[in-house]
Design a protein around this ligand. Sequence first.
Ligand code: UDX
Length: 434
Amino acid sequence: MKISIIGTGYVGLVSAACFADSGHSVLSLDKDKYKIKLLSSGKTSIFEPKLKTLLKKNIKDGRLSFTTSFSRACNADLLILCIDTPSKKSGDPDLKNLNIALRQISKFLRKDLFLIIKSTVPIGTNEYIDDFFKKNSKFKVEIISNPEFLKEGSAVQDFVFPSRIIVGCNSKASKKIMKKLYAPLKLAQKKIIFMSANSAELTKYASNSFLATKISFINKISQLADLTNANIHDIKLGLGSDPRIGEEFLNAGLGYGGSCFPKDIKALISLEKKSNLPFSIFSVVEKINNQQYEIFYNKILRAFENSNLKNKSFFIWGLSFKPNTDDIRDSISIRLIKKLSPQVKHIYVYDPQAMPSASKSLSDIKNITFSDNSYHNIEKSHALVLCTEWNEFKNPVFKKLKNLKDKKIFDGRNFLEKSEVIDHGIEYIGLGIN
Ligand code: UDX
């Protein structure tokens, strides 16, 4: 099939590379000329495992190309919209970029086609887009909702082996084309669940907000564990062993970040407010998430309460919002650094991938040094603060960590073994680890 994908963010780029790799002919569009030039040469500005290899292979094999031209993109069997929908101040998703793309499509459309919406959009948006084309185009545009569930860091894997493919559409023709689209990805095709467009849009919000709720729930339990001298690792095992609950997304820590959970929770809070629905579970989920890094910050202050923090330096491991990505959008590590830096002498930081993006975001901070590796400058630091659980941080060289001046480790993701840290003569402070 001849497919055009509008938008080259995480979702758009991974979809383009994976659909091309499954044999479709894919044209990927972005308005950013520089980005298109970079991508055309097989390079990408984002770090995502396996993505670069797929891009290079499919460009070379002639199945994947890039453009800034809507006129070229509209000459396809189907268009897939992967435009970002960031939060507005009100919490509602901003459809500005999406609307610009719709206007461009309506301008350059030369035949009937299918338009798949992969962007996360407010409930009712597919109906609105349907209406838009009825009013603004003489061609028949069938709108299909197909929200994306890929996780950064394992996006390619998630695309090829999805847990489910949600498709919101009405017509037989739409169902047929979606089966054809996913047919080369054999496993994915078997996992298609058809429903209405509104249900598909809400399913996306329900999935992300459920996972965010699980995280805030376990974080609240970790607060109770600290109050009652209990251990969150044991509780997670006991709780998650019930198959009705499951142990995934029950890791207590600094809280959720990234480009999806915070935004999607905000969108649901706004929807509830507008609809006057009482008892918002999502407001509480958000509040707990915002509280969690404050609790961690206070643990750091308490550990140094008898000394002047202005004389203390900290080494932060991890800047990205989670491991295996260079994405720092809504990264709790960045928030913590912004809060901690004015209070302390110096901050040293290290992240395997996110240093370039983080250095821009933290450029206002004067007392920060971006270290060459996780141990460079460790002897100048009083304590180590762990913010992202990258694999390379999981087996630290304790001989080097013993050079920390005050021999303290604050583990914001609870991933080091407390007893092992203590055995090396270093104090360990986690969240709900007692
Ligand atoms: C998420 C959804 O998982 C994906 O299905 C959706 O389509 C896009 O949003 P992503 O934002 O890439 O994916 O990251 P995810 O792996 O879900 O983690 C989100 C945040 O939750 C991270 O900050 C992570 O550190 C945090 N998290 C995750 C926890 O704090 N505890 C956990 O147990 C799991």
